[in-house]
Design a binder for this molecule. Structure first.
Ligand code: 5AD
Ligand code: SF4
Length: 461
């Protein structure tokens, strides 16, 4: 009998990958994905702890799930009421706190234990007090000795653009960040395992693979046949040998791990897309030191220069935090100065958010919310301007687009340019999953649009 599985994913792409894998593990148990929480037999919130907002959102979503379960209990024609589970980084960091604030939650499990889901569900199902709507008290937030990657089944879902986790965890300990505590120590999967998973994804229909890791360019996986280790540049080169894999991307990187080999791969590996997301966070060296970033504005700008030398058309992206403790107006202006110099094609920016257990959370000189908001607005206005300019530069040009999904409008398909821009075209459904040439006609701040020139399948027809 099929059961309904509802998963809500918060936060980064790593969580998106983890949610996909959870669905893969649960499929043999008869779980089928649904987008309607009210009909779920099992509802999982795959949470993010990086900023306070994401955490608050999780608690309000939990309240809604509790109401859905109440309705299921009230409806006597219903099967047994849903199991409510919290996974991901909030679960890892605050397992006991979740039990206290939301005692009706049945299962709490961290990012390193989700391969044990079938066993946890069996335990939850056996627990007796379901109908009273009480939680079943299962918490799995250890860092187990066995790796989840050894026990996860292979996916059988075809995705044109697929994610592949190659590295997890982080040893950098930036002073504002919870990741080293929630995701644990840095760990790289052996290269063979990555190559096998990539081949499998390509066989299922993937044309693009994005390599994922909290610190993906710190990748140092065991090389095949015990011959040392491979860095990410070498891994990209080897992946490029897979027939049918047309595009390789990776996210997210740290400036200190931008090796020569990886920079050169941007010149030598045509499948490696001309796009790099390399967070700087702030433009002032004093703030970077306080953030424990281990790079300076100068070393960062030098990397950007070298990337542009080897790959002149590379599009660059970054993350920024405004209002880190003690940040002065002048220091904030140094961040704006970096943005002016690099002229990013894309960027994510955030107000500094105190995270429990991190050194920056204890620093004096916390910046008032109103100042953070003003700085964020100013920074985002500048970034939007550059982003729009970057997008306008593609108008009149032809870009290669991998059509990945339907758009919001009838008959519209969406894909990505090599530079990671969202591209909208009107095209028949059968072109989904195809690589097409698009003549760009319009630029918007967050996307570009155009018409299809040729496609492999139409020209063959
Ligand atoms: N406050 C605000 N932003 C943060 N980030 C990480 N920790 C915090 C925090 N405490 C941002 C960084 C990181 C991105 C994923 O989230 O910019 O690169
Ligand atoms: Fe967090 Fe810094 Fe590690 Fe990135 S490098 S995950 S910001 S500690």
């Amino acid at each position: 009998m099929t059961k309904k599985l509802y998963i809500k994913t918060y936060g980064c792409q790593m969580n998106v990958y983890d949610s996909e894998r959870m669905a893969d593990i649960l499929q043999p148990l008869g779980y089928e994905l649904t987008s309607k929480p009210e009909e779920a037999d099992l509802a999982i919130l795959n949470t993010c702890h990086i900023r306070e907002k994401a955490e608050q959102k999780m608690y309000s979503d939990l309240g809604r799930l509790k109401d859905h379960r109440k309705n299921q209990v009230a409806d006597s024609s219903q099967k047994s009421p849903m199991i409510i589970a919290v996974g991901g980084c909030v679960a890892q960091a605050e397992g006991a706190e979740i039990k206290r604030q939301a005692p009706f939650v049945d299962m709490v499990f961290g990012p390193q234990t989700y391969h044990r889901l079938p066993e946890m569900i069996a335990r939850a199902t056996r627990a007796a007090d379901t109908k009273k709507g009480k939680g079943r008290g299962i918490i799995e937030t250890d860092f187990p000795l066995e790796s989840k990657f050894d026990t996860l089944p292979q996916t059988n879902v075809s995705r044109t653009a697929a994610f592949l986790t190659v590295q997890e965890g982080c040893d950098k300990f930036c002073s504002y960040c919870v990741v080293p505590y929630t995701r644990g120590a840095e760990f790289s999967r052996p290269a063979n395992e990555v190559l096998d998973e990539a081949r499998h994804l390509v066989e299922l229909g993937a044309k693009e693979i994005t390599l994922l890791g909290q610190n993906v360019n710190a990748y140092h996986g065991a090389a095949p046949m015990g011959s040392g280790e491979w860095g990410l540049g070498r891994l990209a080169k080897e992946l490029a040998e897979i027939d049918g894999l047309e595009r390789i991307r990776y996210i997210t990187s740290h400036p200190s791990d931008m090796t020569d080999e990886l920079i050169e791969a941007h010149r030598d590996v045509p499948q490696l897309m001309p796009f790099l997301h390399l967070p700087i966070q702030a433009g002032s060296n004093r703030i970077l030191t306080a953030m424990n970033r281990k790079h300076t504005r100068e070393s960062y700008l030098e990397i950007m220069d070298r990337l542009r030398q080897v790959r002149p058309d590379i599009a660059l992206a970054s993350d920024f935090i405004v209002g880190f403790p003690g940040e002065t107006d002048a220091e904030f202006k140094e961040t704006l100065d970096i943005i002016e110099r690099v002229r990013y094609a894309q960027a994510y920016s955030f107000k500094y958010s105190i995270r429990p257990g991190t050194p920056a959370g204890l620093m004096e000189d916390q910046i008032p919310e109103s100042v953070k908001s003003e700085r964020l607005q100013e920074l985002q206005a500048l970034i939007n301007h550059h982003q729009q300019t970057f997008n306008e530069q593609t108008v009149g040009k032809t870009v290669r687009v991998l059509l990945e999904r339907r758009g919001r409008l009838e008959g519209q398909l969406m894909g990505r340019s090599p530079y990671m821009q969202s591209v909208a075209v009107f095209a028949p459904e059968r072109l989904l999953g195809q690589m097409v040439d698009v003549s760009i006609k319009e630029a918007h701040p967050n996307s570009i649009a155009g018409t299809i020139l040729t496609t492999e399948s139409t020209s063959a027809a």
